[in-house]
Ligand binder design. Sequence first.
Ligand SMILES: Nc1nc2c(ncn2[C@@H]2O[C@H](COP(=O)(O)OP(=O)(O)OP(=O)(O)O)[C@@H](O)[C@H]2O)c(=O)[nH]1
Length: 271
Amino acid sequence: MSTQHSDSLEDTMYKLSIDKKVFSHEDDEDTNNSTTLTPFSSTVASSTTSLSKKLLPKKDPIVDPLTQLSQPGGNTQLRKETPQSELVSKISHHISQILTLVGEDPEREGLHDTPARYAKAMLHFTKGYEEEIPRVLNNAIFKEPSADEIVIVKDIPFQSLCEHHLVPFFGTVTIGYIPCGEVVGLSKFARFVEVYCRRLQVQERLGNQLADLIMELLQPLGVIVIIEAEHMCMISRGVEKQGSKTVSKCSRGCFKTDSGIRREFFDMLKN
Ligand SMILES: Nc1nc2c(ncn2[C@@H]2O[C@H](COP(=O)(O)OP(=O)(O)OP(=O)(O)O)[C@@H](O)[C@H]2O)c(=O)[nH]1
């Protein structure tokens, strides 16, 4: 095993955060005080400058509401600012230790490249932490006063990682909304799903994040998100129930308050 990595995971994260000073805002008066943490830096907010006026930050010049909708995790900025090669190297080190702990020899031929492969795979599974909604949206909101009935983008496939066991859950997302003057490019629904599912997730939160995002971006009459998923933590471990599926619904606006609209939505899905 390589001796150049002797750090524990906590040491690694601590050192990275000190190296990058990612959590201390450049403009902080006390630049030595790393406890004044601000996860949303002005550099992140500046990535939204191409958005239309309506979508630009209105209140706080540092905390952009649209970037907030990207819903970063606690170390998102650290992830974004660390070179990929450094992330792969440090994750590989810890995977190598895990291989040893499960009873393997990480140096044997078949496993030699596995830690680095896994590190790259893990970074892919969690690439949503590197994404931001403004970049994904690419200004694809269009004025369309004629669109005032239900629009459904259904059966968008997704794969995510359950935050409790770090094993996959996967299935489909169906999104319905009723526009109110503006529509969003259809492909963006699938892109939004990709942003949020490529993070550590729980199914219910994935639905809520999507619904909140669409409400915020379009101010539609309502949004409904249906997710149907199989959770490997219930299939390959734990209760080991093959074939079980979890269906969740998350609604906002008229889909929450109007049973007739909900019925129309579910009727459309049947056809
Ligand atoms: N609500 C919800 N629960 C989830 C999701 N993904 C995994 N879980 C559940 O998270 C729970 C974690 O329960 P714990 O008792 O702490 O962990 P555990 O001992 O591994 O639980 P078992 O899976 O029952 O063996 C389990 O019931 C999982 O089924 C999700 O997306 N939504």
